[in-house]
Design a protein around this ligand. Structure first.
Ligand code: CMC
Length: 373
């Protein structure tokens, strides 16, 4: 029997979803029907998180209640703080976040409680606590004590306060908030699909999120935002971009932050994030980095016709905001927790075990020889 292999599940439609829509022909992305670039222009991350979970944008009253719940749940237990502080300082921040999520599952007596309400509560709590976890990890790596979460600042400003003990200029906070909106959801990408596979076995939400974090870490997926910055730092200056690309292509290396499984003619999130990066470059006076960014992009696109994805502008934008390069992907986690958990709820509501087939190409069936001696 010859089965048709769909390597990487490319082009395979696995299930329906009402959370977001990726349109390959127009390279567009909508969350619950709203174009992502319009959400980024008109709304904050909190509105978008609410939308992703609840299907509609919040009224003023609903938003106030939602924010109050998030503010009230930001603090993490002293036991979890100790666990983070006890991890090696050079542990990858994605492993730290994954460990923290697994711990939160271990101590939640309702970890296995089923039902939309119980699981939405867990999702909201993770959304509230992930910034605290990422911020504590940042500070311990720099030999600094944790800064307690505030109960009054909005999501993005509170995160900056916990990481740097100060809230930066409004443009910086806004650029960060925009990145959170753009990263929040993206249909059946590798990490979301991982979360859905785990959920399909009727495992719990924490296990699904921990698995999704593992999938996101890889440089072909979320890890690309840190890989982009590492690459730009290696290239160094705009005048070196062309020779660097020659060498990388000769080695058949993948250029980080370019290309996409679905979008082949550009990613609709890029112009918005690119503008946010340009705003950062203006605030920080980082003309050299902007020059390198533009030169590198023009050169690579003109050679290969492969366009930047969201990670290309977000990496250098996070760098200019002052975050460590290896913390860019945990920041992505803080946003994508919304999309992952919306998909977990959707999978739970209409579950079928995800269990594909494989085509065997190993040894033909054979007889086990008698044991020696
Ligand atoms: N650099 C160099 N060549 C590339 C790149 C790239 N970034 N992307 C695609 N190609 C080439 C690829 O080598 C292949 O060439 P050929 O036909 O000669 O073998 C051709 O383009 C088609 O690529 P593909 O591998 O079939 O595309 P894919 O859909 O399997 O891969 C991708 C998509 C994202 C894995 C790939 O573009 C890539 O590795 N990009 C770099 C990593 C990256 O930026 N990842 C973030 C993705 S978007 C955000 C997210 O999901 O988190």
């Amino acid at each position: 029997m010859t089965e048709e292999i769909k390597k990487g599940l490319a082009g395979v439609v696995v299930d329906t979803t009402a959370v977001s829509k990726v349109v390959q022909e127009t390279n567009s992305l909508t969350y619950r029907g709203y174009p992502v670039q319009e959400l980024a222009a008109k709304r904050n991350f909190e509105d978008v998180a609410y939308l992703i979970w609840n299907g509609e944008l919040p009224t003023e009253e609903q938003l106030a209640e939602f924010k109050a719940r998030e503010h009230a749940q930001r603090e993490i237990s002293p036991e979890l703080v100790d666990i983070i502080l006890g991890l090696p300082k050079d542990a990858h921040p994605m492993h730290v976040v994954q460990t923290a999520v697994a711990y939160l599952g271990a101590v939640d007596p309702d970890a296995d409680t089923e039902g939309e309400e119980a699981n939405l509560e867990k999702a909201e709590r993770l959304y509230a606590q992930l910034p605290t976890i990422v911020a504590i990890d940042h500070r311990r790596r720099h030999g600094l004590d944790p800064v307690a979460p505030t109960t009054d600042l909005d999501y993005a400003a509170n995160f900056f306060k916990m990481v740097f003990d100060e809230v930066p200029a409004e443009e910086v906070v806004r650029s960060f908030d925009i990145s959170m909106i753009l990263y929040a959801e993206h249909s059946f990408n590798a990490s979301t699909f991982t979360a859905r596979v785990i959920t399909s076995t009727t495992s719990d939400l924490y296990s699904a999120v921990a698995g999704a974090i593992g999938a996101l870490k890889g440089p072909l997926h979320g890890g690309a935002n840190e890989a982009v910055m590492a690459m730009l730092e290696e290239v160094g200056t705009a005048d070196r971009a062309s020779a660097w690309i020659d060498d990388a292509l000769a080695r058949k290396a993948k250029i980080m932050g370019f290309g996409h499984r679905v979008y082949k003619n550009g990613d609709s999130r890029v112009p918005t994030m690119r503008k946010a990066f340009e705003d950062m470059a203006a605030v920080k006076g980082a003309n050299d980095l902007l020059d390198l960014y533009n030169t590198f992009e023009e050169d690579f696109v003109s050679r290969k016709g492969i366009y930047p994805n969201l990670d290309y502008p977000s990496g250098p934008a996070y760098h200019l905001m002052g975050f460590d390069t290896d913390q860019f992907t945990p920041i992505f986690v803080m946003s994508r927790i919304t999309g992952w958990t919306a998909h977990i709820l959707e999978q739970q509501a209409n579950n079928a075990l995800i269990r594909p087939l494989s085509a065997y190409d190993g040894e033909p069936q054979r007889e086990v020889p008698d044991a020696r001696g």
